[in-house]
Design a protein. Structure first.
Length: 409
């Protein structure tokens, strides 16, 4: 297998290490660009054509690279085009939420080769690795693959993530925060972690609305407010992985208590939990709503999706609640716009299922709180990627990591 572990790489003679680095550089380009000629690869890497061709021949023999066909030419001989075998590599992508998770196996072209499987767990689950192991076995059987064909595991999760250290600082038990170490001990293969909102941003940047944008903010609008930033065409994480904590910007001095222990955080005032609590408060006051007939005796069972569905049916109370929530979100977005000057904001999460009732109050708030000279170049759009943009982002992240120079150190 061409993907060696760090210990084997450290034992390599210098000449072999240079060859290995060259192979990984070629794979990195072919993964990102899909197909390239030997000449284009040589120019990009600044390596002679005979050397590139020799390495490509080795990769073909290893069944990592294949000839894809003949390319176009502006004159002279048409070039032979090279690409990755789709089944050269497989990775497991896992996306953790606060109450559940989902996982899928991707091939080397980020195509699903298994179904997306959901399962109950959370970031504080001491048996997380065991549950992922069980799901992996199910997915392997689905895809007719063996364990040794999985070259890496990628996990996205909420919280303050130090991806370089492999640590989630938000996990309650300190002895469980070193997620990468835990998974490597269990699976003995490369493992990478990242923040869930950043992985959604990477998914949008690679496959979705942000494909042609170099400055994008992606918001996952759920019970919390996940924020992923693409700045200058790259995911921005900050100095230690804590960038993008939009949830904990204070918007009200003496507002609702947030789970972080402070009051008035945007998350506590504009997340889906606030939507639910506002609905319950209004119903307790005797407000007229479809929710009242649906939840006559079990008001505590109201979920955000219930409010959203009633709004889509024209329920005035639910439309009003979404408008109030969206105005607060607009205030939060105005801060991000004036700090980072993005060209695009992409909204994802359950709230966008009622996009017709949230976009207008958001725009009104932006015009109220933003400088018009900054706002005029910003587009606010709704994601079209569905619920798996984060998983797609994890797949991209893993392949970027395993083909990167940092993976060789």
């Amino acid at each position: 297998m061409i993907l060696l572990n760090a210990e084997d790489i450290r034992k390599m003679p210098i000449s072999e290490l240079k060859r290995y680095r060259l192979k990984m550089h070629i794979l990195r380009i072919l993964y990102a660009k899909k197909t390239r000629s030997a000449s284009a690869l040589g120019k990009k890497i600044n390596v002679s054509l005979p050397t590139i061709r020799a390495v490509l021949d080795e990769l073909i023999e290893e069944k990592i690279v294949r000839i894809e066909g003949i390319g176009d030419s502006r004159g002279g001989r048409k070039p032979v085009m090279y690409g990755l075998y789709s089944d050269a590599f497989y990775i497991l992508a896992v996306e953790l939420g606060h109450y559940s998770a989902k996982a899928v196996i991707y091939n080397g072209q980020n195509v699903e080769v298994s179904s997306v499987r959901e399962f109950d767990t959370n970031i504080n689950d001491g048996e997380l690795e065991t549950k992922v192991d069980h799901v992996l076995q199910v997915l392997l059987e689905q895809a007719s693959l063996s364990r040794d064909q999985i070259v890496a595991i990628g996990l996205s999760m909420p919280g303050l993530i130090d991806a370089e250290a492999g640590v989630n600082k938000t996990i309650v038990a300190e002895n469980q925060r070193h997620v990468v170490d835990r998974f490597y001990s269990k699976f003995h293969i490369r493992t990478y972690i990242e923040n869930d909102a950043r992985m959604q941003a990477l998914g949008e940047f690679t496959f979705g609305k942000a494909r042609n944008s170099r400055h994008t903010i992606v918001i996952n609008w759920d019970w919390g407010l996940g924020l992923g930033m693409i700045l200058n065409g790259e995911i921005y994480s900050g100095s230690n992985g804590s960038a993008g904590e939009l949830s904990h910007i204070r918007i009200q001095e003496d507002g609702d208590l947030c789970e972080c222990g402070k009051k008035g955080c945007l998350q506590s005032m504009a997340g889906t939990r606030k939507l639910i609590s506002m609905a319950k408060e209004e119903l307790a006051k005797g407000a007229v709503s479809q929710l009242a007939s649906q939840f006559t005796k079990d008001i505590d069972n109201i979920k955000a999706i219930d409010v959203i569905n009633c709004a889509k049916k024209g329920d005035e109370l639910c439309i009003s609640l979404l408008s109030r929530l969206s105005t607060r979100m607009g205030w939060g977005l105005s801060v991000m716009i004036q700090l980072f000057n993005p060209e695009l904001i992409v909204l994802s999460g359950p709230i966008i299922k009622a996009s017709q009732y949230v976009l207008i109050p958001i725009q009104q708030a932006l015009h109220k709180y933003c400088l018009e000279s900054i706002l005029e170049s910003v587009r606010v759009e709704v994601s079209e990627m569905g619920e798996n943009s984060g998983l797609k982002g994890v797949g991209v992240m893993v392949y970027q990591k395993i083909f990167s120079d940092k993976s060789l150190s």
